[in-house]
Ligand binder design. Sequence first.
Ligand SMILES: Cc1cc2nc3c(=O)[nH]c(=O)nc-3n(C[C@H](O)[C@H](O)[C@H](O)COP(=O)(O)O)c2cc1C
Length: 151
Amino acid sequence: MKTAILYASVHHGNTKKVAEAMAETLDADLFDLTKQENADISGYDLIGFASGIYYSNMHKAVRKFAESATFRPDQKVFLVCTCGMDSRDFTKKVRKTLEDKQVEVLDSFRCRGFDTFGPLVLIGGIAKGRPNAEDLARAREYARNLAPAAH
Ligand SMILES: Cc1cc2nc3c(=O)[nH]c(=O)nc-3n(C[C@H](O)[C@H](O)[C@H](O)COP(=O)(O)O)c2cc1C
Protein backbone atom coordinates (compact mmCIF):
# COMPACT_ATOMS: atom_id res chain seq x y z
CA MET A 1 0.00 0.00 0.00
CA LYS A 2 1.65 3.19 -1.19
CA THR A 3 0.86 6.16 1.02
CA ALA A 4 1.30 9.93 0.69
CA ILE A 5 0.73 12.50 3.40
CA LEU A 6 0.10 16.03 2.16
CA TYR A 7 0.41 18.58 4.92
CA ALA A 8 0.31 22.29 5.75
CA SER A 9 1.87 23.22 9.08
CA VAL A 10 2.52 26.95 9.25
CA HIS A 11 2.05 28.00 12.89
CA HIS A 12 4.52 26.00 14.99
CA GLY A 13 5.17 22.88 12.90
CA ASN A 14 2.79 20.95 15.17
CA THR A 15 1.06 19.07 12.38
CA LYS A 16 4.38 18.35 10.69
CA LYS A 17 5.45 16.39 13.79
CA VAL A 18 2.27 14.31 13.66
CA ALA A 19 2.57 13.82 9.88
CA GLU A 20 6.19 12.70 10.24
CA ALA A 21 5.30 10.17 12.96
CA MET A 22 2.56 8.74 10.75
CA ALA A 23 4.79 8.76 7.67
CA GLU A 24 7.47 6.80 9.50
CA THR A 25 4.92 4.19 10.59
CA LEU A 26 3.37 3.89 7.13
CA ASP A 27 6.59 4.36 5.16
CA ALA A 28 4.72 7.21 3.45
CA ASP A 29 5.97 10.02 1.24
CA LEU A 30 5.49 13.50 2.71
CA PHE A 31 4.57 16.60 0.71
CA ASP A 32 4.41 20.12 2.12
CA LEU A 33 1.46 21.62 0.26
CA THR A 34 2.50 25.17 1.15
CA LYS A 35 5.68 24.64 -0.89
CA GLN A 36 4.46 22.20 -3.49
CA GLU A 37 0.84 22.78 -4.30
CA ASN A 38 0.70 20.34 -7.23
CA ALA A 39 1.75 17.08 -5.61
CA ASP A 40 1.13 14.08 -7.86
CA ILE A 41 -1.06 11.60 -5.96
CA SER A 42 -1.81 9.34 -8.92
CA GLY A 43 0.55 6.58 -7.76
CA TYR A 44 -0.77 6.32 -4.19
CA ASP A 45 -3.39 3.99 -2.68
CA LEU A 46 -3.83 5.94 0.54
CA ILE A 47 -3.63 9.72 0.84
CA GLY A 48 -3.54 11.70 4.08
CA PHE A 49 -4.31 15.39 4.33
CA ALA A 50 -2.90 16.95 7.48
CA SER A 51 -3.05 20.51 8.71
CA GLY A 52 -3.34 22.86 11.62
CA ILE A 53 -6.71 24.50 12.13
CA TYR A 54 -6.94 28.16 11.19
CA TYR A 55 -10.25 29.93 11.83
CA SER A 56 -12.03 26.60 12.35
CA ASN A 57 -10.88 25.10 9.06
CA MET A 58 -8.01 23.19 7.54
CA HIS A 59 -5.32 25.21 5.76
CA LYS A 60 -6.30 26.81 2.45
CA ALA A 61 -3.67 24.76 0.58
CA VAL A 62 -5.33 21.54 1.80
CA ARG A 63 -8.82 22.79 1.01
CA LYS A 64 -7.77 23.87 -2.49
CA PHE A 65 -6.03 20.57 -3.16
CA ALA A 66 -9.01 18.55 -1.95
CA GLU A 67 -11.29 20.61 -4.20
CA SER A 68 -9.21 20.38 -7.35
CA ALA A 69 -7.56 16.94 -7.18
CA THR A 70 -8.79 13.97 -9.16
CA PHE A 71 -8.98 10.68 -7.26
CA ARG A 72 -9.20 7.13 -8.53
CA PRO A 73 -12.23 5.23 -7.17
CA ASP A 74 -9.94 2.85 -5.25
CA GLN A 75 -7.91 5.58 -3.53
CA LYS A 76 -8.72 6.24 0.11
CA VAL A 77 -8.16 9.36 2.14
CA PHE A 78 -7.61 10.13 5.82
CA LEU A 79 -7.65 13.51 7.52
CA VAL A 80 -5.41 14.73 10.31
CA CYS A 81 -5.50 17.99 12.20
CA THR A 82 -3.92 19.69 15.18
CA CYS A 83 -5.79 22.50 16.89
CA GLY A 84 -5.41 24.78 19.88
CA MET A 85 -8.76 23.80 21.37
CA ASP A 86 -9.95 20.29 20.70
CA SER A 87 -13.57 21.37 20.75
CA ARG A 88 -14.97 19.71 17.64
CA ASP A 89 -14.14 17.99 14.37
CA PHE A 90 -12.65 20.77 12.25
CA THR A 91 -12.04 18.45 9.30
CA LYS A 92 -15.76 18.20 8.47
CA LYS A 93 -15.73 20.69 5.59
CA VAL A 94 -12.83 19.01 3.79
CA ARG A 95 -14.45 15.63 4.43
CA LYS A 96 -17.63 16.89 2.78
CA THR A 97 -15.70 18.29 -0.20
CA LEU A 98 -14.13 14.87 -0.72
CA GLU A 99 -17.27 12.84 -0.08
CA ASP A 100 -19.17 15.01 -2.55
CA LYS A 101 -16.60 13.78 -5.08
CA GLN A 102 -17.32 10.16 -4.07
CA VAL A 103 -13.95 9.81 -2.33
CA GLU A 104 -13.88 7.33 0.54
CA VAL A 105 -12.67 9.14 3.67
CA LEU A 106 -11.55 7.05 6.64
CA ASP A 107 -11.83 8.08 10.30
CA SER A 108 -9.86 11.21 11.06
CA PHE A 109 -7.18 11.90 13.67
CA ARG A 110 -6.87 15.01 15.76
CA CYS A 111 -4.89 16.28 18.69
CA ARG A 112 -4.07 19.57 20.30
CA GLY A 113 -1.15 21.69 19.10
CA PHE A 114 0.73 24.57 20.73
CA ASP A 115 -1.22 27.73 19.93
CA THR A 116 -0.04 31.31 20.32
CA PHE A 117 -2.51 32.85 17.92
CA GLY A 118 -3.49 36.46 18.64
CA PRO A 119 -3.93 37.40 22.29
CA LEU A 120 -3.02 33.85 23.39
CA VAL A 121 0.59 34.96 23.03
CA LEU A 122 0.05 37.18 26.08
CA ILE A 123 -0.49 34.16 28.29
CA GLY A 124 2.33 32.16 26.68
CA GLY A 125 -0.05 30.24 24.45
CA ILE A 126 -2.24 27.21 25.07
CA ALA A 127 -1.63 23.48 24.59
CA LYS A 128 2.03 24.00 25.44
CA GLY A 129 4.25 21.08 24.52
CA ARG A 130 1.59 19.53 22.29
CA PRO A 131 1.76 17.39 20.34
CA ASN A 132 3.58 15.52 23.08
CA ALA A 133 5.01 12.00 23.19
CA GLU A 134 1.57 10.59 24.01
CA ASP A 135 -0.02 12.38 21.04
CA LEU A 136 2.69 11.07 18.73
CA ALA A 137 2.28 7.54 20.08
CA ARG A 138 -1.44 7.83 19.39
CA ALA A 139 -0.63 9.12 15.87
CA ARG A 140 1.57 6.07 15.21
CA GLU A 141 -1.14 3.75 16.53
CA TYR A 142 -3.72 5.45 14.31
CA ALA A 143 -1.39 5.02 11.31
CA ARG A 144 -0.86 1.32 12.10
CA ASN A 145 -4.63 0.81 12.18
CA LEU A 146 -5.05 2.51 8.81
CA ALA A 147 -3.24 -0.20 6.93
CA PRO A 148 -6.03 -2.85 7.08
CA ALA A 149 -8.76 -0.20 6.64
CA ALA A 150 -7.17 0.92 3.40
CA HIS A 151 -7.46 -2.47 1.72
C1 LIG B 1 -4.39 32.21 12.35
C2 LIG B 1 -4.67 31.07 13.30
C3 LIG B 1 -5.99 30.68 13.52
C4 LIG B 1 -6.27 29.60 14.39
N1 LIG B 1 -7.58 29.20 14.57
C5 LIG B 1 -7.85 28.15 15.38
C6 LIG B 1 -9.19 27.71 15.57
O1 LIG B 1 -10.14 28.22 14.98
N2 LIG B 1 -9.43 26.68 16.44
C7 LIG B 1 -8.40 26.07 17.12
O2 LIG B 1 -8.66 25.14 17.90
N3 LIG B 1 -7.11 26.44 16.94
C8 LIG B 1 -6.81 27.47 16.08
N4 LIG B 1 -5.50 27.86 15.89
C9 LIG B 1 -4.42 27.07 16.54
C10 LIG B 1 -3.80 26.05 15.59
O3 LIG B 1 -4.78 25.25 14.98
C11 LIG B 1 -2.85 25.11 16.35
O4 LIG B 1 -1.84 25.83 17.00
C12 LIG B 1 -2.25 24.09 15.37
O5 LIG B 1 -1.61 23.07 16.11
C13 LIG B 1 -1.27 24.73 14.43
O6 LIG B 1 -0.70 23.74 13.64
P1 LIG B 1 0.67 23.96 12.84
O7 LIG B 1 1.74 24.32 13.84
O8 LIG B 1 0.88 22.66 12.19
O9 LIG B 1 0.41 25.06 11.86
C14 LIG B 1 -5.20 28.93 15.05
C15 LIG B 1 -3.88 29.35 14.83
C16 LIG B 1 -3.60 30.39 13.95
C17 LIG B 1 -2.18 30.82 13.73
